[in-house]
Ligand binder design. Structure first.
Ligand code: SF4
Length: 336
């Protein structure tokens, strides 16, 4: 049985005109909007995947100063790449950027391909990022749907289907595809995202100022804030993590991770269970649908350290790619 997505019941041309006119007056001046360099745009997109604009800004500038093109990134050692990324979290994005650079140097002479299918084939590139790079760097009429766009479109259509289902995603991408213009996709996609970021916000959308409100079904129904619909959330599960604080002669013992979570990063050495002592420090952090309580205990130095452990000078921790919650704990305890 074929699935029929909800249809947009207005003129795309009128909506595009209203939206792009609004964008011309209201767009934020962001550095990745001032460039058409596919490398810089690609870097910004990977950084912005799970991180807010204001956090990304200094990292973006620093990254481009250190790795100005695919060649310099492809040549870098992974530990340098992770160290420059340190603090942004979700390190798999840095690894993907690095692998993508090596792939582009090896297969595309160091130039980002403009074919959306080839962009999509790069590590770390999903449908959204492929659409973003193709439209922002090459002005190709490729649709994109990120969280902001999903919210705007779900409200425009008053989409009853949860957006985190296959049917919901299908409806959103179909709508985005029908809206993106043949020319001017770069501006149009940017405008749609900007509207979601500045006006069609998750809470208290400013519908009174919205340039496309006359096209919006949720606005007409007076229930904008009830969209987007999502599947019921999974319950949060509590987890406990016990780690050792082993510092000697200005050095700290750290353990390098080899599993899928935090692979290649360093953290405080794992303890098999909680020692019979009060923790030196505890802190909580989220991990998928878990809430992890990290408890840290002062421990004597092992002799010798385990194979995946090594001593690092406390004064040089900025050069060590550390798992974000452990970096936070070390900064609190060592005052770094
Ligand atoms: Fe979003 Fe309101 Fe604009 Fe509709 S009218 S797109 S709900 S801001």
């Amino acid at each position: 049985m074929s699935r029929k997505p909800p249809q947009l019941s207005f003129s795309p041309a009128a909506l595009r005109r209203a939206l792009t006119a609004w964008f011309a007056k209201n767009a934020r001046d962001l550095p990745w909007r001032r460039t058409r360099d596919p490398y810089a745009i690609f870097v910004s997109e990977l950084m912005l995947q799970q991180t807010q604009v204001v956090t990304v800004l200094p990292y973006y500038e620093r990254w481009l100063a250190r790795f100005p093109d695919f060649f310099s990134l492809a040549d870098a050692h992974e530990s340098d790449v992770l160290a420059v990324w340190q603090g942004l979290g979700y390190y798999s994005r840095a690894r993907n950027l690095h692998r993508a650079a090596r792939h582009i140097v090896a297969h595309h002479d160091g130039e980002m391909p403009s074919d959306p299918a080839l962009i999509r084939a790069l590590p770390g590139v999903g449908r959204y990022t492929a659409g973003a790079v193709a439209s922002f760097a090459f002005d190709l009429p490729e649709p994109l749907v990120d969280a902001n766009v999903a919210r705007v479109l779900s409200r425009l259509m008053a989409l009853a289907t949860p957006i985190d289902t296959t049917a919901g995603q299908h409806a959103l991408w179909t709508a985005a595809k029908s809206l993106v213009p043949k020319t001017g996709a770069r501006i149009f996609n940017s405008a749609l995202m900007e509207l979601g970021a500045l006006v069609c916000t998750p809470r208290s959308p400013r519908c009174g100022e919205c340039p496309i409100r006359t096209h919006c079904h949720a606005y007409k129904n007076g229930n904008a804030e009830t969209f987007p619909h999502k599947k019921p959330r999974r319950k949060t599960v509590a987890l406990a993590e016990h780690c050792a604080w082993i510092v000697s002669k200005g050095r700290i013992l750290l353990e390098q991770q080899s599993g899928p979570r935090w692979r290649g990063l360093w953290k405080l050495p794992q303890l098999p269970s909680a020692p019979p002592a009060e923790p030196f420090l505890t802190l909580d952090y989220p991990f998928t649908h878990h809430r992890v309580t990290l408890s840290i205990y002062k421990q004597p130095a092992p002799s010798p350290p385990r194979e995946n452990e090594a001593w690092h000078p406390l004064s040089k921790l900025a050069e060590v790619p550390l798992a974000a919650p452990h970096l936070r704990a070390i900064r609190k305890l060592a005052g770094k």
